[in-house]
Design a binder for this molecule. Structure first.
Ligand SMILES: [Fe+2]
Ligand SMILES: [Fe+2]
Length: 240
């Protein structure tokens, strides 16, 4: 669903001194702003936080956009898989509902983050919605093993994707700290959120393998096509 947070990209680049709720992408901390207003002009303080470069702001906005799109797709895959799968294998209902609940939680998290930081959602939303529903339904109709192979393939790509984002953030923090700057709570919280979600995605991957994902036929073709599709969708959602 496209919401009212579709402000143009330049809007969220406004420094936090003007819009404190967007401190995540700030040039300095709010404390610095307050301090600066009362500080002796002859003794300027070094900012505690390093200004984000354009490249870093672009990275953060595209990361939130692609994560939100991916989590929407995940909820739709499980929604479409559940009726045919549970019909044929009623014992899978608790597992599917557990995984769906976690995906719905991830989606709520990224919905809140893109609204807070005024990142526009991907323009390809309708395309991913249709593709995810077709993928979920199609693999569930092929059978339990194909549905689990789908989960295995998707979660492998998503786990790698979150790991790359976490790595980029940690490298950024390391450079800032080496230069004597502090890392804001928003960015620390984002990193911890990404770690938690990454761990839950990898738990889904384990469940899929435990439930015979590798017995799907043709396993390599199925997982190869789905993984390539995921990489294409991630690439496009980061940009569009
Ligand atoms: Fe997820
Ligand atoms: Fe997942």
């Amino acid at each position: 669903m496209r919401k009212s947070h579709q402000s143009p990209l330049h809007d969220f680049l406004v420094p936090a001194l003007v819009t404190p709720s967007r401190r995540f992408l700030s040039t300095t901390s709010r404390n610095n702003a307050n301090a600066a207003s009362v500080a002796d002009a002859s003794a300027p303080q070094k900012p505690k936080r390093k200004p984000l470069t354009q490249e870093q702001r672009d990275f953060l906005s595209s990361a939130l956009r692609v994560n939100q799109a991916g989590e929407l797709a995940a909820t739709l895959i499980y929604t479409a898989q559940t009726p045919p799968l549970v019909n044929a294998h009623p014992h899978l209902r608790p597992l599917l509902s557990h995984m769906y609940d976690q995906e719905a939680g991830h989606l709520r998290t990224f919905n809140a983050l893109i609204a807070k930081h005024r990142v526009r959602p991907t323009a390809l939303y309708p395309v991913w919605s249709a593709a995810a529903t077709a993928l979920g339904w199609g693999t569930a109709v092929l059978g339990r093993e194909a549905a689990m192979a789908c989960t295995e393939a998707v979660e492998t790509e998503i786990g790698d994707h979150y790991n790359e984002q976490i790595r980029t953030l940690l490298e950024m923090f390391e450079r800032w700290e080496a230069e004597g700057y502090e890392v804001g709570d928003d960015l620390r919280d984002l990193t911890n959120t990404l770690r938690r979600i990454r761990d839950e995605e990898l738990e889904h991957l384990d469940h899929a393998v435990e439930h015979d994902a590798k017995q799907a036929r043709p396993y390599w073709l199925l997982t190869g096509v789905i993984r390539a599709g995921c990489r294409g969708a991630i690439w496009a959602s980061e940009r569009v």
